[in-house]
Ligand binder design. Structure first.
Ligand code: ADP
Ligand code: MG
Length: 554
């Protein structure tokens, strides 16, 4: 693990300024330590050797007090700077991470695991606090103080300087050894936590199912097992961390003792001044302190660095290449042509779509039908730009979809996914998600068209009723109709509906689709239909067969 990952400077830009500030503060602290040593040594020699009274050393005492106060003030300043930097760096990393995840898209996210990513963005990035507040400033001090202190000792006593020069490098050498040994352990600790978070989210989401099938207890045991593994991994890291602090502490203490003994012997022989001896003795522990602190704080910082590495790994994942054209043709006026489209998911043997071709006529309703797993959802994901086809192309009029800027293109699209998600906000805000300035009349009209009037009537505060996360409080069928209303309200020229009526009975389904067709008149509507009876309502039917050959039924 590198003490300072250069990617941190790129992705969390405040780190640069922070380093500059730390070097300035660190140098000042080092210089103050030297002044303090001289002042203290001066006072002691005056009083003990020259027999000076309080009046004669008052000035020196004031200097000492001023130096100590200045050191306190500087430490305070360093603390403030470090904590505010940590807050900014964390927020910069989180923003960068979320932006990048948006670019990578929902298909990537589903594969990567939401639980682990959630742990990374929250707890993981938070662990950087220790890195910024305790580790980096010490790292800077570990350079400035030994240089300034070491040179000062050299001016006073060659032998002590040699001892410092020989023993000081041992500390970083030990730290590197310990770091090499720790890295695997910290990584393991992180991986276990990721598994734990993912597993926990799964279990919570599937709790009703697990309870009905009598598996809840077994899952609890499972979580306990992973939790135990995490505890063991954490304790291992802690054990190494305590042991290594001990070693560093011992090394520093012995080195200072060595210097003290050599000075003591020469003082007894009388070939060394008390003043120089005191300066060296007072400075010596100060020289070792920052390096020792770096060692002690390394493990606290390692967790943050480990998490940061997870973040960089996501940030370094190339998002799919996207086009940049913003002159998007109006999909309600030009047809969409799908030519020879093949899509293969990375971890699947068989392609999800294999040489599929088809046409979607503008301003009409096209039903996509086909057996489950034939690739209908995949086709919509390609149309949305979430999935890049392995070969083949989608043409919007005479423009290749791959050349279009994804955001500009999606501004023309309304979409109801196969598993729609309602957000934790009021029903009004949920419906008006894609059309923020719609008035209540239009919202109610959209809900009516989607056959969701019963949802509106059943909620205590009507449009103002807050919905829980994931549409909690509404049935699956109700959530889906609200999602359809949301898509209709958006007024987009292309409407993609993935099995919008899956949880509805046949009669309501026909009503909803007829209303959708009426409401979306003039727009291009593509609806994935799981029942062939629906196909009769559509203007065109495109079959997505498992082999991917095209059949169009008028
Ligand atoms: P449909 O919507 O027609 O039921 P899908 O497009 O969802 O079919 O899936 C087509 C095939 O691709 C299936 O075999 C499915 O297992 C696979 N598939 C779908 N999504 C993914 C994904 N994100 N990662 C890997 N394989 C996937
Ligand atoms: Mg599907």
């Amino acid at each position: 693990m590198r003490p300072l990952d250069p990617r941190l400077l790129t992705y969390a830009r405040v780190t640069r300024k922070f380093l500059v500030a730390s070097v300035i503060i660190g140098t000042a602290i080092a210089l103050l330590a030297v002044v303090q040593a001289f002042a203290l040594a001066g006072i002691i020699t005056e009083v003990f050797q020259a027999g000076a009274g309080l009046a004669e050393v008052t000035d020196a005492i004031w200097v000492l007090v001023a130096v100590i106060l200045a050191r306190v003030a500087l430490s305070y300043l360093a603390e403030v700077v470090a904590n505010s930097t940590a807050a900014k760096a964390k927020s910069q990393l989180r923003t960068a991470l979320l932006d990048h995840v948006m670019k990578l898209g929902p298909v990537w996210l589903a594969r990567r695991g939401e639980g682990e990513l959630a742990a990374l963005t929250t707890r993981g990035i938070n662990a950087l606090d220790a890195y910024y507040a305790r580790y980096l400033p010490m790292l800077v001090l570990a350079v400035t103080v030994p240089i300034v202190g070491g040179v000062t000792i050299l001016t006073q006593d060659l032998l002590a300087a040699v001892i410092v020069a020989l023993t000081l490098p041992l500390i970083p050498v030990f730290m590197v050894l310990v770091g090499l040994y720790t890295k695997g352990r910290v990584d393991r600790q992180w991986r276990t936590l990721g598994v734990l978070s993912g597993h926990f989210l799964d279990v919570v989401a599937g709790l009703p199912t697990l309870a009905v099938f009598g598996r809840a207890k077994a899952q609890a045991a499972n979580i306990r097992r992973i939790g135990d593994a995490y505890r063991v991994a954490t304790l291992r890291v802690l054990r190494v961390s305590f042991l290594s602090s001990l070693v560093l502490e011992l090394l520093a203490t012995l080195s200072v003792a060595l210097i003290a003994v050599s000075i003591g012997l020469r003082l007894v022989e009388g070939n060394f001044t008390l003043y120089a001896g005191l300066v060296v003795l007072i400075l010596a522990p100060e020289v070792y302190l920052p390096l020792r602190m770096v060692g002690a704080n390394f493990h606290a910082a390692a967790e943050g660095l480990g998490a940061a590495e997870g973040v960089f790994e996501v940030l370094d994942t190339e998002p799919p290449a996207t086009g940049s054209r913003t002159d998007v043709p109006d999909p309600s006026r030009v047809g969409i042509e799908i030519r020879d489209l093949s899509v293969e998911y990375a971890d699947r043997g068989a392609p999800a779509l294999d040489g599929f071709s088809g046409q979607i006529a503008p301003g009409r309703m096209t039903a996509l039908v086909g057996p489950s797993g034939s690739g209908k959802t995949t086709l919509l994901n390609v149309l949305l730009g979430f999935v890049q086809p392995n070969s083949g192309e989608v043409r919007i009029g005479d423009v290749d979809l791959a050349e279009l800027d994804p955001d500009a293109w999606r501004a023309h699209v309304a979409y109801v996914p196969q598993r729609p998600r309602l957000l934790s906000m009021s029903l009004r805000d949920n419906v008006a998600l894609g059309a923020p300035d719609a008035d209540d009349d239009r919202i109610v009209a959209a809900l009516t068209a989607a056959g969701a009037t019963d949802v509106l009537d059943s909620l205590p505060d009507g449009l103002d009723t807050p919905l829980g996360e994931g549409g909690h409080g509404l049935s699956v069928g109700q959530q889906r109709r609200v999602a359809v209303a949301r898509a209709l309200l958006r007024d987009a020229p292309l409407v993609l509906l993935d099995e919008p009526t899956a949880a509805l009975d046949v009669a309501t389904e026909a009503d909803v689709l007829a209303a959708v067709k009426e409401h979306a008149r003039g727009r291009t509507v593509v609806v994935v239909a799981h029942r062939t009876s629906l196909a009769e309502l559509a203007d065109d039917v495109v079959v997505v067969p498992e082999t991917g050959a095209i059949r169009v039924v008028e």
